[in-house]
Design a protein around this ligand. Structure first.
Ligand SMILES: Cc1ncc(COP(=O)(O)O)c(C=O)c1O
Length: 364
């Protein structure tokens, strides 16, 4: 963008979902028309095609669309055999839903710590939370950074990837969604792959687990005649699937844009002012959120606000300190990240002038 001194300072939003979607408008309208013309709105051809396309994108054998990313976790855990009396290890530094989805299975959330530099769990932080009752670990790929799934699995416990924030992220062993026993996804509109409403999915390469998920999302039934489990009405809508199918082929390009935006920040000198998020070993995150840390974060947030730069502290109060989940625990990495983090603008189209504007505002 060409700018001169007569222009007012550049304001930058926290997200930009509209600009990347703009060139797809005609295709999106055609996809919606296709659903209206077909007259199938629940579990029709669009969901079936998206499930296949999305599973193949993740490098998993099976994809099952569900209503949202929260129910995806509950259903996946139940399909993994989690139930009353079990414990599920989950990081406290995550979106509340990562833990909220556990009690509906009958199991208890056990909170573990994170590495504040990567915002992800590690094998060490998970090991500290394991007991003889641990049935599964939820490893959250927070902000698009990838948790070390193989190292956690090596502890001998099944891992569910909470991949809600990680579409488009890459790693040496493969993509999220195909790394653990199963993975859950959210297609909330602001996500790297977002619909025009709520939506979610579960991916797995375990055929029996996939079959249990399919039943659970549909009232515990194969055929709507015999009901074998108490399940859920939790389905991805045809309209959302149609919209997601248009966007899926662009996710990798958008992820490249997000990685380029992180490079713009680095080139603009952001690392001299604050701590930058560190990619976990072997991963190339599609930064869903770009989250910096500083001991002076509140003052920096004020500067950004004054300059018209979008920013947000996502998890200032970690889950184990939320009223519904409160418990006495010493999680120093979590507390440090909670106290010092701040998301700054990130999108597939964030360019160098925008990165310069953010860094200039932080400099004050
Ligand atoms: C890490 C994480 N887990 C779970 C969820 C829940 O997804 P949803 O909002 O689709 O229920 C979200 C997103 O909102 C999330 O960011």
């Amino acid at each position: 963008m060409r700018r001169d001194h007569t222009m007012s300072p550049l304001k930058v939003d926290l997200f930009d979902t509209r600009t990347p979607q703009q060139p797809l408008r005609a295709e999106l309208r055609a996809a919606i028309d296709r659903v209206l013309d077909g007259g199938r709105y629940i579990l029709g051809p669009e969901v079936a095609a998206f499930e296949e396309e999305f599973a193949s994108f993740c490098g998993a054998e099976h994809g099952i669309g569900v209503a949202n990313g929260t129910e995806a976790i509950t259903i996946a855990l139940r399909a993994m055999g989690v139930g009353p009396g079990d414990e599920v290890v989950v990081p406290s530094f995550s979106f509340y839903a990562s833990a909220e989805a556990i009690p509906p299975t009958g199991a208890i959330p056990v909170f573990c710590d994170i590495d504040p530099q990567t915002f992800c769990v590690t094998a060490e932080t998970v090991r500290a939370a394991l007991t003889s009752r641990t049935k599964a670990v939820i490893a959250v790929h927070l902000f698009g950074n990838l948790a070390p799934i193989a190292e956690i699995e090596a502890l001998g416990v099944p891992v569910l990837e909470d991949a809600a924030q990680a579409a488009g992220s890459l790693s040496t062993p493969g993509r999220p969604g195909g790394l653990g026993t199963a993975a859950t996804w959210s297609f909330f509109p602001s996500k790297n792959l977002g619909g025009f409403g709520d939506g979610g999915a579960i991916t797995t390469s375990d055929a029996e687990l996939a079959e249990r998920v399919r039943m659970l999302r549909f009232h515990g039934s194969h055929d709507k005649v015999t009901y074998e489990h108490v399940g859920y009405n939790s389905r991805l809508d045809e309209l959302q699937a149609a919209v997601l199918r248009v966007q899926l082929p662009h996710v990798d390009r958008w992820a490249d844009g997000r990685r380029a935006a992180a490079e713009h920040y680095a080139a603009a000198g952001l690392g001299d002012l604050v701590d930058l998020p560190r990619a976990t070993d072997g991963s190339r995150p599609a930064w869903h959120l770009y989250v910096i840390r500083s001991p002076r974060i509140e003052a920096l947030a004020v500067r950004l606000g004054e300059a018209g730069i979008g920013h947000k502290a996502y998890y200032r109060r970690p889950i184990h300190r939320q009223p519904a989940m409160v418990c006495e625990l010493h999680l120093p990495g979590t507390d440090e990240a909670a106290r010092t983090h701040l998301a700054i603008p990130m999108s597939p189209v964030l360019d160098r002038p925008q990165a310069d504007a953010v860094v200039a505002a932080l400099r004050g």
